[in-house]
Design a protein around this ligand. Structure first.
Ligand SMILES: [Zn+2]
Ligand SMILES: [Zn+2]
Length: 250
């Protein structure tokens, strides 16, 4: 399974400065060269910057409709007249019926695109419309399974139930905060929260010591600005930091 992190920043970046040193893009990940996981305000610029052709994208899978993950102008630029598949909440789908083949999903739904099977898990997160569902995904492709968990706080009971005994090879986790005790813990995560979840998932056999973990969706104002300090946190937590433009294989 191939992932390219096209953007790894949380919503506190000034994206009018996108392209300048130290400005991470909105969180967008390219999966198996064909699928965009989210499509926020810097998605199209990031694709140009990192050499991804819009024509190779035939599907967008959306976690939720916060503006840093869901930008209709960018979706239109990428589809540019082609009707590509879009998977997301009922409310997000309603906004895209003219430019996408929309597939409204709900928790527990499973769907397959380009050989990648997605299981829609509930995220611990909410948009302005409190009734709108927000998703994390368990994604299986080429014999590997990825937990794509952003944006989210602590894993919800229903997500844990849907996970069952499935084995997870890699995790992309919401690490909006670098420190515990932040008021955002009811919607986002920090390394202490993740470490507790990781220990229990390892005890239950869902992951082992070889699990690859990337911290993604890191907030500019909640992480140290010095890259060496950022890497020190990653080393301490035994994770990697997702970086804009980086491709990884699971
Ligand atoms: Zn976000
Ligand atoms: Zn969000």
């Amino acid at each position: 399974m191939k992932l390219t992190f096209l953007g790894t920043g949380a919503a506190d970046y000034d994206w009018s400065k996108y392209g300048q040193e130290g400005i991470a893009g909105s969180t967008v990940t390219l999966l198996e060269e064909r699928i965009l996981l989210d499509c926020g305000p810097t998605a199209e610029a990031a694709m140009k910057r990192f050499g991804v052709n819009a024509e190779q994208i035939n599907c967008i899978v959306n976690t939720h409709s916060h503006s840093d993950h869901f930008n209709i102008d960018n979706i239109r630029k990428i589809t540019s007249g082609r009707k590509i598949d879009f998977y997301g909440s009922v409310q997000a789908c309603e906004k895209l019926t003219d430019c996408c083949n929309v597939h409204a999903i709900t928790f527990g739904d499973e769907f397959t695109v380009n050989g990648c099977t997605f299981l829609a898990l509930p995220a611990n997160h909410a948009v302005e419309d409190i009734r709108e569902e927000t998703f994390n995904y368990l994604i299986s492709s080429n014999g590997k399974t990825l937990l794509y968990a952003l944006d989210t706080a602590w894993m919800l009971t229903k997500a844990r139930r849907l996970l069952g005994t499935k084995h997870i090879d890699a995790i992309v986790w919401d690490a909006t905060m670098s420190q515990p005790d932040n008021w955002r813990i009811f919607e986002h995560s920090d390394p202490v929260m993740f470490a507790a979840i990781r220990r229990v998932l390892q005890k239950s056999g869902n992951i082992d010591e070889n699990v690859k973990v990337w911290f993604d969706h890191r907030a500019l104002t909640l992480w140290p600005t010095d890259p060496a300090e950022q890497e020190a946190i990653a080393r301490r937590e035994n994770v990697m930091l997702a970086r804009d433009g980086e491709s990884v294989t699971i």
